[in-house]
Design a protein around this ligand. Structure first.
Ligand code: UDP
Length: 324
């Protein structure tokens, strides 16, 4: 397939693009390089630099003719979304509307969309399956939910078939060590811990130790980015074969607390990784764990690399080179 990966220079997008190309697809990347990096662009890709808010640019690149789009271009810091909702409304929702409209104009009818566990909000039961109520507690999650709703309408009215992949907490780096671009100003736990370990920032702030969890810190389901990339390949194949839209959770089905991740990182990196406890971050649920049964049944997908040691070791292999 000829695939346009929008946001393909970014953290998750670069892993997805590499695996799609490895599987014999012709990959083109569209990215504004605001959070993505040129280091993630491999020589076998075509690259188009531009912004999804630039509608004429989107229309012009889609004229190159693609069988499918993978859309990962979004702002993704849940905490920041509560302080800068305008940024998230514009980049995530308006940006996606532009992509959908340009795709319709170009006659592209398959899209894989990066959705998020953040659409569910505070869990009413665990593990969270796809039927769980959707009441996001942060604005980032709201934008992802709104986009899923848009996708349903574009399916009904314009025949666009979509896969909404609801990532839990993406972490780790390419198992084969090829993707090496660091995230710019990360806000997520694992890259923040890696930056502290590498001496790029002074300490980790632990956002709250008074959650109703065994050690009081937030519990999340960390899913290795190579597992996520695999799921995108399977989702595209399923869309091409079945011609039916779907939404699935992608998680490891296991929960890890902030302190458990920190402990593993100290052990694996051998670095002290200073940390202090601060207030809870607004909009953070206590505990998120996925049921990935639907992805297993529909796509034959399950997590293979999402144990904490593999997540930390593959991340550290990339960050270690930047030791201050
Ligand atoms: N977290 C933290 N310090 C940080 C970043 C994150 O304590 O600098 C916690 C956060 O409160 C949550 C977990 O780590 O319990 C995962 O947060 P992250 O931002 O990585 O992902 P989210 O679940 O918010 O999408």
């Amino acid at each position: 397939m000829k695939i346009l990966v929008i946001g393909g220079a970014g953290y998750i997008g670069s892993h997805v693009a590499r695996m799609l190309a490895d599987n014999g697809n012709k990959v083109s990347i569209a990215d504004n390089l605001s959070t993505g990096t040129e280091e993630n662009l491999f020589s076998d890709y075509d690259f188009y630099k531009g912004d999804i808010l630039d509608y004429p640019w989107l229309v012009s690149i889609m004229k190159h003719g693609f069988d499918a789009i993978v859309h990962l271009a979004a702002a993704k810091a849940a905490g920041e979304s509560m302080i800068k909702p305008e940024k998230y409304a514009t980049q995530n929702i308006t940006g996606t509307i532009n992509i959908l409209n340009a795709a319709c104009q170009a006659g592209i009818s398959k899209i894989v969309f990066s959705s998020s566990a953040a659409i569910y909000g505070e869990p009413k039961y665990l593990p969270i399956d796809e039927a769980h109520s959707k009441e996001p507690t942060n604005f980032y999650g709201f934008t992802k939910l709104e986009i899923e709703r848009l996708l349903e309408w574009y399916d009904k009215l314009r025949g666009i078939k979509f896969a909404a992949l609801r990532y839990f907490n993406a972490a780790g780096y390419d198992i084969e060590g090829r993707v090496r671009g660091l995230e710019k100003n990360p806000a997520n736990l694992v890259p923040v811990i890696m930056e502290v370990a590498a001496g790029m920032r002074s300490k980790l702030e632990i956002f709250g130790t008074d959650y109703p969890t065994p050690d009081g810190t937030g519990v999340r389901d960390y899913i290795h980015v190579t597992d996520l990339a695999q799921a995108h390949c399977k989702a595209l194949n399923h869309l091409a074969d079945a011609r039916q839209s779907f939404a699935v959770n992608l998680g490891s089905e296991k929960g890890l607390s902030v302190l458990e991740i920190l402990k593993a990182a100290r052990r694996i990196t051998g670095r002290p990784i200073p940390a202090s406890i601060v207030e809870r971050r607004p909009g953070d649920p206590a505990k998120l764990i996925a049921s990935s049964c639907a992805a297993k049944q529909l796509l034959g997908w399950e997590a293979k690399y999402s144990d904490v040691d593999t997540i930390i070791a593959t991340s550290w292999r990339v960050y270690e080179k930047h030791l201050a």
